[in-house]
Ligand binder design. Structure first.
Ligand code: FEO
Length: 394
């Protein structure tokens, strides 16, 4: 990645990963990502904030060489996950005098994950400051954005918040700053949905915590830098609020078309009442998009045929994700076609036990829907419409 100058003596020297398409062997990255690393020269000391995924370490090391960095005093570890910490061992070999500055929990993780020796660390606590001479770093614990040890680093004189995963977005771009605010907020929403949605209450406290700071720039460790921090802070405030939108998400799988006929009818009924409906074919859909819709949808209807006496495994996977992500859904139900019997509803409701929503009586239909079955789908749809009216959404 090119070296970008952010302000006097502050550089972005991380790496753009244009081709990465999967993160944590789980999360699709349709637009690649970046691992941002920030170099700060104070009048007395230098500091590097976060490093890069070890697969891309050569590019970071090359950027340090291009900037003729012969001595590095501090490596600030905001987060122990290897996409930010993985190059620390190489940096310690190159700069043996450097010390890794982080909180005790992160230090423990770094020792476990990267086998860094104890004497290489300087431990800090929440609110501590570290002077680089004419620049001061302040450490702000921000737990659960994304792991329990995550923190941000605030550069006091320049009013920059280095927030690591917090406010980040998976997007490969050659631009330092946000170019298209709508697109970046959508990217950030996907990222929030995938890793932070279960921790809404923690994130609320973290936003309150940083709101006392005068922030001109938010520099996350994925995606572009925000020179208008308000757009992303306001977006986060909306995502973590209790507000839901007039939207029904219907993740479905259909083996021979019967469940799909039910889904199509339900989509038609709800759409004609002015509800935004998003059917997701679970065998074709990117789970990142599925997670994104879960951020603020009011209702989820999981649709599946009964197979091997239970739900289709793709529906079980979707239910497991919903349960793990703990979205703020208000209404949940299950529908689908079956041949003879099984425990589809029991298995799916048990799998979604963390979801605190009103469960509407599920709708199961034998075989391909016929005359009276469409009446049942109408009644099922009406229950959802009534719930949306009760919620004041329509
Ligand atoms: Fe970008 Fe949680 O690491």
């Amino acid at each position: 990645m090119a070296i970008h100058k952010i302000k006097e003596n502050i550089f972005s020297i991380g790496v753009v990963d244009w081709d990465r398409r999967l993160f944590d062997e789980l999360i699709p990255l349709p637009d690649g990502t970046s691992y941002n690393s920030y170099l700060i020269f104070g009048s007395e000391k230098s500091a590097l904030i976060d490093t890069v995924d070890p697969e891309k370490k050569e590019e970071l090391l090359n950027n340090l060489k291009r900037l003729k960095v012969e001595k590095l005093d501090y490596i600030i570890a905001n987060h122990a996950e290897q996409d930010h910490s993985g190059t620390i061992p190489d940096l310690l070999s190159l700069y043996p005098e450097a010390r890794v500055v982080t909180n005790p929990k992160c230090k423990g993780f770094l020792k476990d994950l990267l086998h860094i020796d104890d004497d290489k660390f300087i431990e800090i606590s929440d609110g501590d400051t570290l002077s680089l001479g004419d620049k001061t770093l302040e450490f702000i614990y921000n737990p659960w954005v994304h792991w329990p040890e995550t923190m941000s680093t605030y550069l006091v004189e320049d009013k920059i918040l280095f927030s690591c995963d917090f406010f980040g977005s998976h997007r490969a771009t050659s631009s330092l700053f946000v170019q298209d605010e709508y697109k970046v907020v959508e990217d950030a929403k996907r990222y929030y949905a995938e890793i932070m949605m279960p921790f809404r209450n923690h994130i609320r406290k973290n936003i309150e915590k940083i709101s006392s700071k005068d922030i001109e720039l938010i520099a996350p460790s994925h995606g572009p830098v925000y020179d208008n921090p308000k757009i992303i802070v306001d977006a986060y405030k909306e995502w973590i609020s209790d507000n839901v939108v007039n939207r029904v998400l219907i993740p479905y799988v259909s083996m021979h078309g019967s469940t799909e006929v039910m889904v199509s009818k339900l989509v038609e009924i709800l759409t004609e009442k002015g509800i935004d409906v998003i059917p997701f074919n679970l065998t074709k859909t990117d789970i990142g998009e599925f997670a994104m819709v879960l951020v603020d949808a009011a209702t989820l209807v999981l649709a599946t045929p009964t197979v091997l006496a239970g739900p289709h495994p793709s529906a079980v996977y979707a239910a497991y994700l919903v349960n793990a992500l703990r979205p703020k859904l208000k209404v949940v139900s299950v529908m689908g076609s079956l041949g003879w019997g099984g425990k589809t509803v029991d298995i799916l409701t048990a799998t979604m036990k963390n979801v605190k929503a009103d469960f509407i009586e599920p709708l199961l239909i034998k075989g391909l829907p016929k005359g009276e079955d469409f009446m049942k789908i109408e009644e099922f749809g009406k229950k959802i419409i009534d719930k949306h009216k009760e919620l004041g959404l329509i």
